[in-house]
Each structure stands twice: as C-alpha cells, then as structure tokens.
Design a protein around this ligand. Structure first.
Ligand code: PLP
Length: 444
C-alpha cells in the first residue's frame, strides 16, 4: 500500500476517495455511486453540491472570511443568531457559535454552571445525563456521555457525573406499560438528584432521540414532560442536545418540539450547516442569560473560530434553503414512508427486532432472536457487518451501538438528506433489503 499521511479512523482500513457529490449521491474515484443514506454522520441534510449554498459561500468569502469575535462582529453572524432565535422554540434567543457538536454541548454545560454561579449558587456544577447517550468527544462532553467505546481509554480522566437510564422501551418495557417505564425513569432522575444533592447539580442533559449511542431511541409523548417536571421541582436546568436531531431531521425543526418541552439551553450542530462548513451553537434562553447580563456580562467560553463569518453565512443559507423547500415537512412525510417500508422488511426479516424514530431519523435494531430479543454474539460485530454489507451495495448507513456490555442493542440509523424523494427512498430500501439478505445468509 502506498504511504499515507492522514490519520483515518481505522488505520489499516481502506477508505475510498470521494471525488464529488450531487443530491443524495456520492461518487468515489473508481466511479462507484453511493446513496448517502446516513447524510454522513447525520449531517449532509440538504444533500451534496447545492448551488445556492456554494453561491452564498463564495459571496461571503468575497467580503471577509475571518474576523476575531473579541474584536469585531459581522452581519453574517448577527443574522444567523437572529434566524436561530426565530426558528428555535420558546425564548431560546441567544446563540453562542462554536465549531462542533462537542463544543456546543460543552459550552451549554459551562453556561449552565455559570448561570448558577451568577445567581450565587456556586456548588451547582455537576451535570446529570443518561448512560445511553453521546454528547461529544472532548473531555467535558465525554464526561456527560455513556458511549463505552469512546470513553474507556480516558475513563480515569473523566468527571464522574451522575447518570440514569435512557427510555429504551424495546428492552425495558417487558411486563411494564410505557407509562410505568416513564414513571420509573422520572423516579430514577429524582433519586439521583436526591443522592447527589440538588445543590450540586447544574443541569440534566438529554438528546430528544438518542443517536449514536442508541439508534434513534424515541421516548413517549410524556417522557420529557415527566423529566422536566422533576428538573423544575429541584431547580435543575434542562439542556437538550439537538446536535443530531436538530434542523428538521426528525420532521420538526427541533426534536424537542415533538415532546412539548422547551429546554433552557439547546445544543445544535451537524445539520445547521448541512456539512458545508463546520459550525454549531449553544442556544440559550432569556431566563439563563438574564443573570449573566445583569452580572459578569461575559460568557466564559470561546474559540478562535467562534462566529466565523464564512460558516455563519453558510449556515444561514442552509436554514433559508430548508425553509424555502419545505424540507422539514419532507422529512416528516418521506420519513414516515421510509419507516413504513423498513417495518415491512422487518416483518419478513429474522434479525430486525425493532424499527423506531421520527422523520428521516429511522433506527433499526438487530437481534439474534426476535422472541427473546437476545443480542448477537459480540465477536460477530453485527453492526459492522450490516454497515459493510450496505457499503458493498452502495448505501451508507450510520452505526449506532453504544458499547460492548452485551445488553445494549445493536442498531443502525437511516438518515438520508431531507431532500430525498419518494422514488429515492424506494431505491434506498431496495439496496438495504439486498444487504440485509446477504447478512442474514451469513449469520443465520
Ligand atoms: N451530540 C450529539 C447528540 C451527537 O450526535 C454528536 C455527534 O455525533 C455530538 C454531540 C458531537 O458532535 P461533533 O462530532 O460535531 O463534535
């Protein structure tokens, strides 16, 4: 093999080189076509090569590509912050721009801690999260995450934040109703707050629907109402991590809109610029900003590239594009169609245990035995097999297993660009069915 200089995720794995993309398709240097059924890492949400975005990027770079946020502001950053305050629920009116989802959740965490400090409650500094969750790779974000594979090498250096179960009805329900499960999860949160002490907890963080660590795990309509009620009773802020679910992915502009709960702080990223440039944000409510505005007047965080005008102009163009082309609605409609088609496949398949999700965020969980829900032998690496088999067929799917505990399910996520048409969904499903049959032949 020729020598390479780029550190890739798996160093001895061959990654084809992509030469270009158009719509939902990517093309490699050998001419192979792929359906981007995962929008990369649930990111390329308006598809590839959209001329309007390319034009907006060129327009901004002709004006200015970089200014430092401690010295100047730009029209691009100001307009993007205004746009986000318009599309975000409630009075989430303030944006702090960063460059990745990890920075967004970590900034959200810091702002939550600062909020309590400004109010004179200096011990409120821990964050409660759910064990099946992924909030990012940097140390603070990883401390709030339960993704075993991504944590284990750094375990000794992570903060030991409290954590509780995620709503995983497929495995937790058993003889319990969904309502009973939700009551159990809310009680767990309450018990954990009482154990640690409410004076030590700044916030509870949760993804509206769990992505990488669960495979589009979807709570009931009541789950978040119950969790928020506990947070309010014990004066704990609620941070929604919308990095994966935000900006139309689940068939609403933001995932929390399905559950009628407005967070105090929200992290968003990925689909915000649809991958055209790196940008993410911690979006903060008036309530949380108030003591900071009346107190130190400085949000203690920031990165060199924060509020980068090139990225801000790109994100603004993407948000306008999503609105202009009704892509949130398309996500709801074609997402329901996709989920229906995968459910049909699941009925015939011997290894699909669960199909879940909302909008174009569809999780598929695989089991060795559909009756007992027994997971496959760890050595089989079923998720990787599914991903590889789809890759062979020219379909990209997103792996979503949370660890090697033997209990956590093995899932993938289907999350094509929100621009996908019904005919393209059919094409995606045909490829998925072939890959599924190939894996079944191998493992059964
Ligand atoms: N939060 C959630 C819910 C995510 O899915 C991810 C990435 O997958 C992150 C945070 C971290 O984002 P990034 O990879 O951009 O740092």
């Amino acid at each position: 093999m020729t020598r390479t200089y780029l550190i890739k995720p798996v160093l001895d794995h061959h990654y084809p080189a992509i030469t270009h993309g158009e719509g939902i398709y990517l093309y490699d240097s050998q001419g192979k076509q792929y359906i981007d059924g995962s929008s990369g890492a649930v990111t390329a949400s308006i598809g590839h090569g959209v001329q309007e975005i390319i034009d907006a990027m060129a327009e901004q770079s002709k004006k200015v590509s970089f200014v430092y946020r401690s010295q100047f502001t730009t029209e691009a950053a100001e307009q993007l912050a205004k746009k986000i305050s318009e599309i975000a629920p409630g009075n989430l009116n303030w944006s702090f721009f960063v460059n990745s989802g990890s920075e967004a959740t970590e900034t959200a965490m810091k702002i939550a801690i600062q909020y309590w400090q400004e109010k004179g409650m200096k011990t409120k500094s821990k964050i409660i999260s759910r064990w099946m969750s992924y909030h990012g790779i940097t140390m603070g974000a990883l401390s709030m995450s339960g993704h075993i594979q991504r944590r284990e090498r750094f375990e000794l250096m992570l903060e030991s934040y409290p954590s509780i179960s995620a709503p995983y009805y497929y495995r937790d329900a058993g003889h319990r109703t969904i309502t009973e499960c939700d009551d159990f999860y809310a009680q767990q949160l309450e018990k954990e707050i009482l154990r640690v002490g409410k004076d030590h907890i700044a916030a509870f963080i949760a993804e509206p629907m769990i992505g990488a660590a669960g495979g589009a795990l979807t709570p009931s309509d009541e789950y978040f109402l119950k969790m928020k009620d506990v947070c309010d009773r014990y004066e704990i802020l609620f941070i929604a991590d919308e990095v994966m679910t935000g900006v139309g992915r689940t068939g609403k502009m933001f995932g929390m809109e399905h559950f009628n709960v407005i967070p105090d702080i929200m992290a968003t990223g990925k689909g915000m610029s649809a991958g055209y440039t790196p940008i993410a944000a911690a979006v903060v409510s008036d309530k949380v900003m108030e003591p900071i505005l009346n107190g130190s007047k400085i949000v203690m965080s920031g990165h060199t590239f924060s509020a980068n005008p090139q990225s801000a102009a790109t994100s603004l163009a993407v948000l306008n594009y999503i609105e202009k082309h009704n892509l949130v609605e398309n996500s709801a409609v074609n997402g329901a169609y996709l989920k229906g088609k995968i459910r049909e496949l699941a009925e015939e398949s011997e290894i699909i245990g669960d199909v879940r999700g909302k909008g174009l965020f569809v999780g598929v969980e695989f089991v060795e035995n559909k009756l007992t829900k027994k997971t496959f032998d760890r050595g089989l690496d079923i998720v990787n097999k599914i991903v590889e088999a789809n890759f062979e067929e020219g379909l990209l799917v997103y792996p979503a297993n949370a660890g090697e505990d033997g209990l956590t399910g093995d899932a993938i996520i289907l999350a094509p660009p929100l621009t996908i048409t019904k005919e393209e969904v059919d094409e995606l499903v045909r490829k998925f069915a072939v890959a599924l049959r190939n894996v079944e032949r191998e493992v059964l």
